[in-house]
Design a protein around this ligand. Structure first.
Ligand code: NAD
Length: 493
C-alpha cells in the first residue's frame, strides 16, 4: 500500500495557493485505484491571475533584463536541483502514472539535461545574422522572447515533456504558465517546488492545475498569452488551434501517432526484435512514437512472430515501484477500458490476439498485458487508430513498394523505424515513409539537437534543438541601419 501524499496547490506569482473557488479534484493511483491526494482545481479566474503574474514578470520584472549568463545560472540551478531529487521525482512520477520506476529514473535524468542543454544552446547559438547591403546598409536580426507563453502537457511522460517545454521557454527569456495534465499533477508540482527553491523571480513560472476544457481553454483564449505549445491528442490539438484563432496565437502541436516499424528479411532480426518489443511495451505502451504497427517481411514473419510471442509472455508485469518491473498499469480506468475495447475490436476484425498474463496479486491496477494482434491488415481500425497502450499490430508484407504504401496509408506521421542491412534500401524507405522522424536499424534514441515533431495529423511545427529556440520561443526582429546617405524621396519639397 502506498502512502497518501501531500495535496497539490497551484503555483502563481511565487506562491503555492488554493484555487479561488476552493475546488479540488482527486488524484487516483493507477496501481491501486486509491486516492493519492487531492489537487487544487484551477479555472478561468486562476488562469487570469497566473497570466497577469507572468505578464508582470515579463514586462516589469528582472527576468527579461538579466544578462544571459545570469539567467542561465538559474536554468542550470534548476537542473542541479532536479538531479538532487531524481529518486523523489521518479517515485512521484511512477506513483502518478504507473510508469515503471526504472524508466521514470531515466526520464528524470533526461529532464535535468533538458535545462542544461537549453542553457548551452541559448548561450552559444541564440544569435542573429547580419546582412550588409552594398555600402549603404547593415541589417541585422535579434531574437526576442515572445512574452508570457502557455504550455499544455499530457500525462504519458509528464516531467520529461514539461521540462522539454519549460526549459527552452525560460532560457530564451519568456515567462511561463504551465497547465499540466489533470491525470498526472505530481511531478509538475515538484517542478514548481524545484523552481521555487531555485529562487526564480516571482511570476516567471506559474502552474495552474485543472481540466482541459476549463483551465486549459482559458489559457488558450487569454489575450496576453503569446503562444501555446501543446502536446497531446490530435483532436485536442485541433480544438486548441481553433480556440487560439481569435487572439492570433502562435501554436506548436505535438500530437498522436501510429508509427510503423518495418523489418525486411535481410535485417539483424535479434536487434530488430529487441527494438520492436521495447518500442511498444516501454512506457506501458503509452508512448507517442511507439511502433504500434509492425510490418514483417513474409520470409521472416513466422520466425519473428514466434520470438515476439515468447517475449510477450516473459515481460515482467508488476508494481511500478519494483525496479524489475517492465510493464506497469495504464494511467486510469477510462483509458484501460478504451485499450481493452480495442483488443475486443481486433478480435472482431479478425486478428489472433496473443497476450501475456497479469499476475493475480496486481489485479487492482489498470493492467493490460503486452498484446500482439496477429494477422492484422493495415486498413483495420486497430491499425488506423491510436490505441496508446501495450498493443502491437503485426502485418505481413512482400515488397518494398507495398510496405511503403501501407506504412503511409494512415492519418498520422510521427515516427517510423526501418530494419534492413541493405544500405540503399534503408535510406530509400526512410525517405519514403511519411513521418517527421525515422530511425534506420535503431530504436528511438534521440539527440536533443534534432528537430522533434510530426507531419500529417501528428503535428505542426518542430521543437527540440535550435528549432525550439529560433522557431518557437523567440521571434526574429530585423534592424535596418543606414551607413550612408541613401536616396529618400522628397515629397512636397
Ligand atoms: P489530451 O489531448 O487529452 O490532453 C493533453 C492536455 O491538453 C491535458 O493537459 C489536457 O488537460 C489539455 N486539454 C484538453 N482539452 C483541452 C482544451 N480544450 N483546451 C486546452 N487544453 C486542453 O492528451 P493526453 O490523453 O493527455 O495524452 C495522450 C496523447 O498525447 C496521445 O495522443 C499521444 O500520442 C500524444 N502525445 C504526443 C507526443 C508528441 O510529441 N507528438 C508526445 C506525447 C504524447
Amino acid at each position: 500500500m502506498h502512502k497518501r501524499i501531500d495535496d497539490v496547490k497551484l503555483y502563481i506569482d511565487g506562491q503555492f495557493t488554493d484555487a479561488e473557488s476552493g475546488a479540488k479534484f482527486e488524484n487516483i493511483n493507477p496501481f491501486t485505484n486509491e486516492v493519492n491526494n487531492s489537487v487544487a482545481e484551477g479555472r478561468e479566474e486562476d488562469m487570469n491571475k497566473a497570466v497577469a503574474a507572468a505578464k508582470k514578470a515579463f514586462e516589469e520584472g528582472p527576468w527579461g533584463k538579466l544578462k544571459v549568463a545570469e539567467r542561465m545560472i538559474y536554468i542550470n540551478r534548476i537542473a542541479d536541483l532536479i538531479d538532487e531529487e531524481i529518486e523523489e521525482i521518479a517515485y512521484l512520477e511512477s506513483l502518478d502514472t504507473g510508469l515503471p520506476i526504472s524508466q521514470t529514473r531515466k526520464m528524470t535524468a533526461r529532464a535535468a539535461e533538458n535545462f542544461r542543454f537549453y542553457a548551452r544552446m541559448v548561450q552559444t547559438k541564440l544569435h542573429g545574422e547580419s546582412y550588409p547591403v552594398d555600402d549603404e546598409f547593415i541589417n541585422y536580426t535579434v531574437y526576442k522572447p515572445l512574452g508570457p507563453v502557455g504550455l499544455i502537457t499530457p500525462w504519458n511522460a509528464p516531467f520529461m515533456l514539461e521540462t522539454w517545454k519549460v526549459a527552452p521557454a525560460l532560457a530564451t527569456g519568456n515567462t511561463v504558465v504551465l497547465k499540466p495534465a489533470e491525470l498526472s499533477p505530481l511531478t509538475a508540482n515538484k517542478l514548481a517546488q524545484v523552481i521555487d527553491k531555485a529562487d526564480l523571480p516571482a511570476g516567471v513560472f506559474n502552474i495552474v492545475h485543472g481540466f482541459g476544457e476549463t483551465a486549459g481553454a482559458a489559457l488558450v483564449a487569454h489575450q496576453d498569452v503569446k503562444a501555446i505549445s501543446f502536446t497531446g491528442e490530435t483532436t485536442t490539438g485541433s480544438i486548441i488551434i481553433k480556440n487560439s484563432a481569435d487572439t492570433l496565437k502562435k501554436t506548436s502541436m505535438e500530437l498522436g501517432g501510429k508509427s510503423p516499424l518495418i523489418v525486411f528479411d535481410d535485417a539483424d532480426l535479434d536487434r530488430a526484435l529487441d527494438a520492436a518489443v521495447w518500442g511498444i511495451f516501454s512506457f506501458n505502451g503509452e508512448r507517442c512514437t511507439a511502433n504500434s504497427r509492425v510490418f514483417l517481411h513474409k520470409n521472416i514473419k513466422d520466425e519473428f512472430v514466434e520470438k515476439l510471442k515468447k517475449r510477450v509472455m516473459n515481460i515482467k508485469i508488476g508494481d511500478p515501484m519494483d525496479s524489475k518491473t517492465q510493464l506497469g498499469p495504464l494511467i486510469e480506468k477510462e483509458h484501460f477500458n478504451k485499450v481493452k475495447s480495442y483488443i475486443e475490436l481486433a478480435k472482431e476484425e479478425g486478428c489472433e490476439v496473443i497476450q501475456g498474463v497479469v499476475p493475480e496479486e496486481v489485479k487492482a491496477g489498470n493492467f493490460v498485458p503486452p498484446t500482439l494482434l496477429l494477422n492484422a491488415k493495415n486498413d483495420m481500425r486497430v491499425c488506423q487508430e491510436e490505441i496508446f497502450g501495450p498493443v502491437m499490430a503485426v502485418i505481413e508484407f512482400e515488397t518494398e513498394e507495398e510496405v511503403v504504401e501501407a506504412a503511409n496509408n494512415v492519418r498520422y506521421g510521427l515516427a517510423g523505424y526501418v530494419w534492413t542491412n541493405d544500405i540503399k534500401r534503408g535510406h530509400r524507405v526512410a525517405q519514403a515513409v511519411e513521418a517527421g522522424m525515422l530511425w534506420v536499424n535503431a530504436q528511438n534514441v534521440r539527440d536533443l539537437r534534432i528537430p522533434f515533431g510530426g507531419t500529417k495529423d501528428s503535428g505542426i511545427g518542430r521543437e527540440g534543438g535550435h528549432y525550439a529556440i529560433f522557431e518557437f520561443y523567440t521571434e526574429p526582429k530585423v534592424i535596418h541601419v543606414s551607413i550612408a546617405d541613401h536616396h529618400i524621396p522628397q515629397f512636397g519639397k
